[in-house]
Structures are given as structure tokens and as C-alpha cells.
Design a protein around this ligand. Sequence first.
Ligand SMILES: CC(=O)N[C@H](C=O)[C@@H](O)[C@H](O)[C@H](O)CO
Ligand SMILES: CC(=O)C(=O)O
Length: 288
Amino acid sequence: MKGLYTALMCSFDEKGNVNEKGLREIVRYNIDVQQVDGLYVNGSTGENFLISKEQKKQIFDVVKNEAGDDVKLIAQVGALNLDEAVELAQYVTQLGYNAISAVTPFYYKFDFDEIKDYYNAILDSVDNDLIIYSIPALTGVNMNLEQFGELFENEKVIGVKFTAPDFFLLERIRHAYPDKLIYSGFDEMLLSASVLNVDGAIGSTFNVNGKRAKQIFELAQNGQIEEAREVQKVTNDLIAEILDNGLYPTIKEILKYKDVDAGFCRKPMKSLTQEGVTKAEQIAERHL
Ligand SMILES: CC(=O)N[C@H](C=O)[C@@H](O)[C@H](O)[C@H](O)CO
Ligand SMILES: CC(=O)C(=O)O
């Protein structure tokens, strides 16, 4: 399960329905052109928290059908409605997803016992491995080393998608749990995380920049830090402009520029203005 996983975008039409043909094109582009090791489906980048349970199932179906066994597949099933999370975990396990992942429960200020109960309820319901999805900037949930350790005590918890700029905590987790998988979550910090010996990464910008991300990761693993730094610099020139223009809609426009039918974002996420679209195309021309 090591390696680089694209946090997969989903193509929606203007009404917010899943564009299955477009989604298949995104899957193929990631596998065939970006050549990533796997896909992380229905995460933040997939606009998971804006869609219905039926749409989540539809996306899980289409991605598995298109990808087959070409790459590893991780399904993000976490939801505030725990029954839904359990149902989705069982659904994707039957479909043959290699692992599930679940975001820490958010919105209400859950204490750690509640968070632990949430993960155990999901895990007790399926015969599959789970990767914790920790993204404190969006969830407000900060866990410390001991709390990660408590979750890791369940051997079905195989790792964590660590999306935080906290390299002290990252190093402590790496050192304390050498057998758990750590995936770096911030693409602009991939080199720094790779130096600390993460097992892989999961990122939104890999949809368009997966090849360079893989180079950064492999160069760092080989100790070629000077070369890795150069690729991270070029990557961050790209990411800075994407962030400035609007993260997900800009990645979608870049995909469209590459003839991949990435469609629109779900409301209330806004679409790019004509000026924003032109800017996205210029970004693609300059950096990709
Ligand atoms: C919230 C979100 O999308 N996070 C992604 C994964 O963790 C990242 O890939 C970022 O999008 C990316 O690093 C840009 O900041
Ligand atoms: C990578 C990430 O945060 C996501 O799309 O889930």
C-alpha cells in the first residue's frame, strides 16, 4: 500500500450530477499519464462532503469499474452519520477496494473517546484495513502522539493520512510506529515529509502533477536531496499559482486543458470566472 495516491477529483455536470464519462477520463489520466500508484476516492478533493450517499456509491462503482486492478484503491467513507460510514465501508469492501479511510468526525467537538468509538464502529463492521484521515485545518480535530498510538493499537488501523504542517509530530509518529503507514497530505511539503521517511503521499495536485510528485518522493528516498529540492521548487511554483487562482476549480480547468472532461465543482463551491479560466490555462501552459 506504499506509494503515491491521487486524491481523485470527480467530474460533475452544471447541475451537480456525477458525469460518469468524465470521471472515467480522470481515472484513466491519473493511471496512464500521471502514473500514480493508487487513487484515494471521495476525499476532500472529490468534494465528498457536498454529495449524497447514493452519489458516493456511484463514484465508488465507476472508479472501481474503470481502474480494475490497475492501481491500488483507497475509499474514504468517513461521515458524520456513522450508519452511513459503516454502510459505505461495507459497500466498498465488497467492491474490492484495497483499504478504507475515514476522516476524523468533525463539526461537533467530539472528545477522543468518541473519536475512538467512531473508528471502532466502522472497523468492527468490515473485514478491511483502515487509514485514519487527519486534516486538522478543515476538521478542527488535533490528535497527539498518544492518541494516534491508541488508534493504532487496533491492528486493522494500518496508517494515517497526515495533512498537517507539523513535522515535529510527524517525526514522533514515524519514530514511535515504524510499522504503520504514513501518507503525507500537503503536496507543497512532500519533500520535507519524504525526508522524514513517510511511506507515501495522497494529494489533490497529483491529478495534474503526479509525475513530478513521484520524482520528489523517489529522489528523497535515494538521498538525492539537491535534485529533489529542484523538483519541489518547480512543483511549488505550480501549486502557488493553483492555490492563488482557486484550488479545485483550477485543477479541473487544467485537466480540461489536457482534454480530460473534469466538469464543474459542486455548489456552494464557486466556478471560475472567464478570467480565472484563462489564468488556469496559462498556468497549465507555463508549468505542465
Ligand atoms: C484539503 C486538501 O485538498 N488537501 C490535499 C490533501 O491532503 C492536498 O493535496 C492539498 O490540496 C494541496 O497540498 C494544496 O494545498
Ligand atoms: C487529499 C485530500 O485531502 C483529499 O482529497 O482527501
